[in-house]
Design a binder for this molecule. Structure first.
Ligand code: LP5
Ligand code: MN
Length: 296
């Protein structure tokens, strides 16, 4: 179906050579938590960059921003003093700065943080968006989604997803006290890790037909979730019934997860493949680039 065409440059190279061209930043799968401060610092460093880039006006987070989200109230119900010392507060402060500077943040659910609500996003002026989300870049329309819904061969996960995305189930979950939700999240995590160790890599990747279907009415697809960053060229048969098939080529960009390289070293290095939309006076483009923190 697709061949990999994966030439990515460095994010810092682009911000030093073409800072005026970058207008949107798209990221996914940061898996932030209190347990991984290096990932949190790397995210704050990216926001610092975005703050000084003159023309970035949109930041998209395509799911799994957090490692696990058990409800907005886990943060919003804290006292002012508790919030002051909470690891999420610097993120909220920086995203609010971004908003005040004219950069809007958009947040999409992932399979780990599907309980994020607009209430939490309001704390930094962000907007919760549903998937699929259509983004227009120049003349092209891109479909943005987390990517888990494309993994249709993973039947056990899809059944689990259906249950967890049911509004009634979510309402019931959110009615539970926080300590119960915390324990349940831990149970799901452990069960998922166990299940994943028995699943093949192919089952946990996107399904070809699901991708073809997702690409039908758009020019390109941008997603995360699989942790296999790449730019794929997908060939779509335009009229399968006609004798001479016309092939159409569409791109599928897979964003990367945020990784700590060599976690045993004292100075942890974080790396992620992120997306940038660039605009010049004559053209618009979307590129995958490697973001690294600290900068080497
Ligand atoms: O995230 P990743 O890439 O590691 O794995 C996913 C699928 N796994 C999941 C689970 C998450 O990783 C962990 C969720 C953390 C907590 C979320 C908030 C909880 C809210 C509830 C509390 C208020 O999504 C994994 C896929 C993989 O992607 C690749 O696509 O394979 O799917 C699984 O492994 C799912 C299992 O196959 C089925 C899990 C059943 C768990 C049953 C737990 C029992 C309690 C349930 C009661 C409702
Ligand atoms: Mn995911």
């Amino acid at each position: 179906m697709s061949n990999q065409d994966f030439a990515i440059s460095s994010y810092h190279h682009l911000i030093t050579t073409r800072p005026y061209d970058i207008n949107r930043v798209v990221i996914s799968d940061l898996h932030l938590s209190a347990d991984e401060p290096a990932l949190v610092q790397a995210f704050l460093a990216l926001l610092d960059d975005v703050l000084v880039l003159p023309n970035v006006h949109q930041l998209y987070i395509l799911g799994d921003w957090f490692d696990a989200w058990i409800g907005d109230d886990a943060y919003l119900s804290l006292s002012a003093t508790e919030q002051k010392h909470h690891w999420l507060t610097p993120l909220i402060t920086k995203l609010t700065e971004l908003k005040n500077k004219g950069c809007q943040s958009f947040v999409m659910h992932g399979n780990r943080d599907f309980l994020i609500g607009q209430d939490f996003c309001d704390s930094f002026g962000g907007q919760l968006i549903d998937e699929p989300y259509l983004l227009k870049l120049g003349k092209m329309t891109y479909r943005l989604e987390h990517g888990d819904a494309l993994c249709t061969d993973d039947k056990r996960y899809q059944r689990f997803r259906k249950v967890m995305r049911n509004p009634l189930v979510q309402w019931l979950l959110l009615k539970q006290p926080l300590h119960k939700r915390q324990a349940l999240a831990q149970k799901i995590r452990s069960q998922s890790a166990l299940d994943k160790s028995a699943k093949s890599l192919q089952i946990m990747d996107v399904n070809e037909q699901a991708v073809t279907c997702a690409l039908k009415k758009v020019d390109g697809l941008i997603h995360g979730h699989t942790h296999r960053p790449a730019c794929h060229q997908t060939h779509l048969a335009l009229n399968a019934k006609a004798r001479s098939q016309t092939l159409e080529f569409k791109k599928r960009y897979v964003l990367g997860d945020w990784r700590i390289l060599d976690p045993d070293t004292r100075c942890e290095q974080v790396q992620a493949v992120i997306g940038l939309a660039l605009d010049t006076q004559t053209s618009s483009s979307f590129e995958l680039v490697t973001f690294e923190w600290p900068t080497r």
